[in-house]
Ligand binder design. Structure first.
Ligand code: DX5
Ligand code: ZN
Length: 216
């Protein structure tokens, strides 16, 4: 399965957003991870639709929108129109998850379901065949720069085994605390899409860090 690196803009320099996007454009990154927070589902507020649309004007890589918001179904069309190529919604925020997945796919986006650290992978069983990827949160969502939660490795292994049965092409994205010291063991557990905020944007050489991550 192809390894994809998705730098998370949450850790970028918002005063120089176009420079940061240029850096990603020139790098070996595969996706641009865009974290949307509403101050309700998570205890923080980030950025939203107009910022996504602005980035989309200059981004040469697909935008991966991670909705950490309540009632995500209300906004998936707006994010698609703002340039999203993949959209993940949280299982914990979606009482009608199956319908929301259908909506994302009808819009022509890749559909992802994100799960918080306390959520079991078994809860995904009935939607696994319908989605393109799972975003396994390896920190509690809401903030960048947190420590990777190691128990997630066992979850990723279990999820890869479930996917082998139900959806062999399933992408497994990991989000939170991913860096050059742990990316190899996360990959070995079965993940293939790596979100990295601080590890990329706080690095001395972000482009080189992305290349190193890609090489694992
Ligand atoms: C956390 C976000 C992550 C975050 C990752 O709620 O979903 O995408 O930006 O940042 P790092 O890589 O710094 O943990
Ligand atoms: Zn994220």
């Amino acid at each position: 399965m192809k390894t994809l690196i998705a730098p998370s803009l949450l850790a970028s320099d918002f005063n120089n957003l176009s420079k940061e996007i240029e850096m990603i454009n020139e790098s070996e990154a595969d996706w641009i991870h865009f974290d949307v927070m509403d101050g309700r589902f998570v205890p923080n507020i980030s950025f939203g639709i107009p910022v996504c649309a602005s980035i989309n004007k200059i981004a040469k890589k697909p935008i991966d929108v991670h909705l950490m918001i309540v009632e995500p179904e209300k906004y998936v069309k707006d994010f698609k129109d703002a340039g999203a190529s993949s959209i993940s919604v949280h299982i914990e925020a979606s009482p009608h998850l199956h319908r929301t997945i259908g909506l994302i796919k009808e819009l022509g986006c890749k559909a992802g379901v994100a799960i918080n650290p306390h959520t079991t992978v078994e809860q995904l069983e009935n939607v696994l065949a319908d989605i393109d990827f799972v975003n396994v949160m390896t920190v509690n969502p809401g903030f960048g720069g947190q420590k990777f939660i190691k128990q997630a490795l066992a979850k990723i292994k279990k999820l890869r085994a479930m996917a082998n049965e139900l959806n062999p092409n399933l992408g497994i994205e990991v989000d939170g605390g991913v860096d050059l010291t742990n990316i190899k063991e996360i990959k070995d557990a079965g993940a293939n899409i790596f979100v990295a905020g601080s590890a990329v944007f706080k690095a001395e050489n972000p482009k080189e860090t992305i290349s190193k991550m890609k090489l694992i």
